[in-house]
Design a protein around this ligand. Structure first.
Ligand SMILES: [Zn+2]
Ligand SMILES: [Zn+2]
Length: 331
């Protein structure tokens, strides 16, 4: 039996980059400290901030939510955007609901299918890839919600393995605008864009997955039917996995160097922010990509419709579906 580095119990996980074998309890504690260090290192938000957490229901977002709630660093609102992708979305909505209720967390399910804003409908009317349409819709809704409900930051569960892949991929494509957007923190643009933070920026996917399983968190393991991984992304992922194997910790050093160099950079949109003529939120041109896209696909820009829906829910008190402030405990 391999023993835990800190106690007499059996180790259930090995972290090669830290040269540590840990038991279940010490692993949870290790991740909790890592989360707190990341939040502080990158100045994501101050203690007691109000943070919207975007939760898809996958292992990454439930782990982020669980760790954040354990840390007591922020007052959270769990938000799930129902993408209306058949069975996959039905399972996702139920998982997020169950998870939030079990943990006594305030949550809000954003369902825009009554306005025709479902991914299958939108995808049918465009040549863009489903993943890019989906990403754009989620980004828009979560930003609008964080702004309109007056939260301090929007947290998403992007982990280090994915971030490292996107950094190298953007570099290979020489897409510097995209490269500058990949950051543990994207600062707010007052009145136009919320602060966006990625507390799992330095987390490995295996840590996130192991935690979700060890603690029996409910998560969606069905893959989105639209999911498609391009050849370049697979190739870069393989390359980085090889590098990590040769030199444990490789990805985290890459992520840190990237953050050091780019955190002060601004994407074109942030450098010269404009307000969308239709909805008033951040835009790189006259109209934001969400309004432009929905105008083309549905005949009218839907930004303001989404914002009114959000404010309506807040006024109706539906962002407090369960009473919050009940701390839950790891165990
Ligand atoms: Zn231990
Ligand atoms: Zn707009």
């Amino acid at each position: 039996m391999v023993k835990c580095h800190y106690c007499e119990r059996e180790a259930v996980v090995r972290l090669p980059y830290a040269k540590l074998n840990l038991c279940r309890e010490h692993f949870a504690e290790y991740l909790l400290r890592k989360l707190e260090r990341s939040v502080n290192r990158y100045k994501m938000f101050g203690k007691g901030s109000r943070v919207v957490v975007g939760v898809s229901g996958g292992k990454d977002s439930v782990t982020l939510t669980k760790l954040l709630s354990e840390s007591g660093l922020a007052k959270m609102l769990v938000v799930h955007v129902n993408l209306a992708i058949g069975e996959y979305s039905r399972i996702s909505v139920e998982t997020v609901r169950r998870f939030s209720v079990e943990h006594g967390l305030d949550y809000l399910i954003v369902d825009l299918s009554e306005y025709g804003i479902g991914i299958p409908e939108l995808v049918a009317k465009t040549k863009r890839s489903p993943c890019s349409v989906c990403g754009m819709v989620k980004r828009y809704v979560l930003n609008a919600l964080t702004m309109d409900l007056g939260y301090d930051a929007l947290a998403t569960a992007h982990h280090g393995d994915d971030m490292a892949v996107y950094i190298v991929k953007s570099f290979l494509l020489q897409d510097y605008d995209q490269l500058y957007k990949i950051s543990p923190v994207n600062y707010e643009v007052p009145g136009l864009a919320a602060r966006k933070v990625k507390p799992l920026y330095e987390f490995y996917e295996f840590e996130v997955e192991t935690f979700a399983k060890l603690y029996g968190l409910p998560f969606v393991s069905v893959k989105c039917p639209f999911k498609h991984v391009g050849w370049l992304e697979s190739y870069v992922r393989e390359l980085l996995d090889r590098a990590e194997e040769e030199s444990p910790g490789f990805k985290v050093s890459l992520l840190r160097s990237h953050a050091r160099r780019t955190m002060s950079m601004r994407s074109a949109e942030q450098a010269q922010p404009k307000a969308c003529a239709s909805c008033g939120l951040i835009s790189s041109g006259t109209e934001c990509s969400f309004c432009r896209f929905t105008r083309r696909a549905l005949g009218q820009p839907m930004g303001l419709v989404v914002r009114r829906w959000i404010i309506g829910k807040a006024v109706a008190g539906e962002t407090r579906q369960v009473s919050g402030d009940q701390p839950s405990s790891v165990g």
